[in-house]
Write a protein that binds this ligand. Structure first.
Ligand code: SF4
Ligand code: SF4
Length: 93
């Protein structure tokens, strides 16, 4: 992620990492999670569910910042994230 400002403690603070899970059968394909994820972790999937909607697919799990926005914004409670230990320091600038 590119910062337009660089935090002074960027190399010291570890960010938590999360694993994103999707309950595909609940999804109604609105794409809110895909559109508003700040790190472009999600893309629209290529397989449809039993309702005929295309649930999102996790494209780049390592980029997830564990912000929880996808979980908060999903109208169907179809996506959630599991926060893991903050093992990896945010290095990218
Ligand atoms: S938790 Fe945040 S960064 Fe991770 S997939 Fe959801 S919206 Fe994207
Ligand atoms: S926000 Fe929820 S319902 Fe909408 S595409 Fe994402 S997982 Fe599916």
């Amino acid at each position: 992620m590119k910062y337009w400002r660089r935090p002074l403690d960027l190399d010291k603070v570890c960010l938590p990492r999360a694993e994103v899970r999707i309950i595909e059968e609940r999804c109604k394909g609105c794409n809110y999670c895909v559109t508003y994820c700040p790190r472009n972790v999600l893309v629209t999937g290529e397989k449809f569910n039993s309702k005929g909607y295309y649930p999102p697919h996790v494209k780049n799990q390592d980029e997830c910042a564990s912000c929880g926005l996808c979980q908060m914004i999903c109208p169907e409670f179809a996506i959630y994230h599991i926060v893991q230990r903050p093992e990896v320091a945010e290095q990218s600038v």
